[in-house]
Design a protein around this ligand. Structure first.
Ligand code: GDP
Ligand code: IMO
Ligand code: MG
Length: 428
């Protein structure tokens, strides 16, 4: 039987999921994105080339791999076409892409509503990527969404648009925003359906057939557990669940299908958008990390906020997502920092706690309890084995294993595909 491995972000996104998915995809038959949309930005570096993928799974650089965008995703056709065209302009055309007929379409009014909701929230704005993600998932839950299957059927599209616009135009009008014309959208989205048609299929049927065949399957998470709408730092979260548990539902496969869950974590913490996190700090060391790690958003270019590694959050991620092993990324970025901190617990109102409070106000009052470890100065970007790491870097990784109770299966020492050190075989 081929393994079916889930790659999840354990923090607030941008942990390096794209890099690890691309690395593992070299041995995978299928790579699946199952939630989120182009709020994701997954960076892949190989052969001196850098790619940023937003919708398209990170298996597209291996022509043998089938790439699936499953039913749990929300998809904006214009941005997807742009991504396909950009890949083509760089010679990447030889890939297999399948898109679920049940995936929901991000409509232009979702983009508009995303900005409008943020404006209304003012100082409590989520700091979204403004890609229309929240409003698209809201329409899905309100049963007024348009699915990709609808773009292939003129009658369904017309019905969906009539309802969608009947609900949305009055809101836009009320806030003095431009409203949308039914006929105009109908013609546009019919033509988008024509371009998307070769990719659209029932991906649940496809994926179940692959499972039946014993294929090696990789599920590429987007965002991170701390941005999960169920288990993250609500309301400063995204609108889908990036947990491994969400994968079967978002793909139409059995919950028994998952064999392994790799939690991806940076060797420190970053966050973009609003919402506090206990280990955040801003000083010369934070600036050093931001510049050395190029910590600027792949999707929005915003500077990422920096903090020390938070193992309370990692244990939370492990618990709610059934993580079986870790991949520790960007270890090289910590080189040259004399003292490195790891958060082991939180202090809340004078009490030491070992959990992430559900109440956001309480969470934002949590103070990190740290242990401090000595750093290392040696360049680690060219090593090939764990025992080539300076002893302090080895001890840092061992401390992460100790505080999370998880084995480290991979560590990463640079952005390139070759700067990845796997401590075990994954698809064997
Ligand atoms: P994703 O959203 O989880 O796929 O992560 P992003 O691509 O948004 O952000 C991760 C960033 O870290 C990208 O710029 C990667 O090229 C970079 N990166 C990944 N692993 C390493 C590493 O080990 N060292 C360094 N220096 N950069 C890395
Ligand atoms: P990847 O897959 C980092 C954040 C946004 C914002 C919140 C809600 O690259 O790790 P949304 O547009 O989803 O409604 O924004 O979630 N966010 C991410 N942060 N990486 C991501 O994806 C993110 N996707 C959403 O910054 O705080
Ligand atoms: Mg990213």
């Amino acid at each position: 039987m081929g393994k079916r491995i889930v790659v999840v972000g354990t923090q607030w996104g941008d942990e390096g999921k794209g890099k690890i998915t691309d690395y593992l995809a070299l041995d995978a038959d299928v790579v699946v994105r199952s939630q989120g949309g182009n709020n994701a930005g997954h960076t892949i570096n190989f052969n001196n080339q850098k790619f940023a993928l937003h919708f398209i799974p990170s298996g597209v650089f291996n022509p043998q791999t089938k790439n699936i965008m499953a039913n749990g995703m929300v998809i904006e056709p214009i941005a997807l076409f742009r991504e396909i065209d950009e890949l083509a302009s760089r010679g990447i055309t030889n890939y297999q892409l399948y898109i679920s007929d049940r995936a929901h379409c991000i409509m232009p009014y979702h983009l508009e509503l995303d900005s409008l909701w943020e404006d209304i929230k003012g100082s409590s704005a989520v700091g979204t990527t403004k890609k229309g993600i929240g409003p698209a998932y809201a329409d899905k839950a309100s049963r007024i969404g348009i699915r990709l299957a609808d773009l292939l059927d003129p009658e369904s599209l017309m019905d969906g648009l009539k309802t969608g616009l009947a609900m949305t135009n009055p809101i836009l009008e009320c806030f003095h925003h431009q409203t949308y014309d039914l006929q105009d959208l109908y013609q546009k989205y019919l033509s988008f359906g024509k371009r998307l048609k070769p990719y659209i299929t029932d991906t649940s049927v496809l994926l179940n057939a692959e499972i039946e065949k014993g294929s090696k399957i990789l599920f590429e998470g987007a965002q991170g557990i701390m941005l999960c709408v169920e288990h993250g730092t609500y309301p400063y979260v995204t609108s889908s669940s990036p947990t491994a548990a969400s994968v079967p539902m978002n793909c139409g496969i059995s919950p028994m299908a998952i064999t392994d869950v790799i939690g991806i974590t940076k060797a420190y913490t970053t966050r973009v958008g609003s919402g506090s996190f206990p280990t955040e700090f801003e000083d010369d060391t934070a600036k050093y990390i931001r510049e050395k790690g190029h910590e600027y958003g792949t999707t929005t270019g915003r500077p990422r906020r920096i903090g020390w590694l938070d193992t309370v959050a990692l244990r939370h991620a492990k618990r709610v997502s059934g993580i079986t092993e870790l991949s520790v990324m960007l270890l090289d970025v910590l080189t040259g920092i004399p003292q490195i901190k790891i958060c082991t617990q939180y202090e809340l109102d004078g009490e030491i706690i070992d959990r992430v409070p559900s109440n956001y106000r309480q969470f934002s009052q949590c103070k990190p309890v740290y242990v401090t470890l000595p750093g290392w100065k040696e360049n680690i970007t060219n090593i090939h084995r764990f025992d080539e790491l300076p002893i302090n870097a080895q001890n840092y990784l061992k401390a992460i294993e100790n505080y999370t109770g998880l084995p480290i299966a991979i560590f990463s020492i640079g952005p390139d595909r070759t700067q990845t050190i796997a401590l075990k075989a994954f698809f064997k």
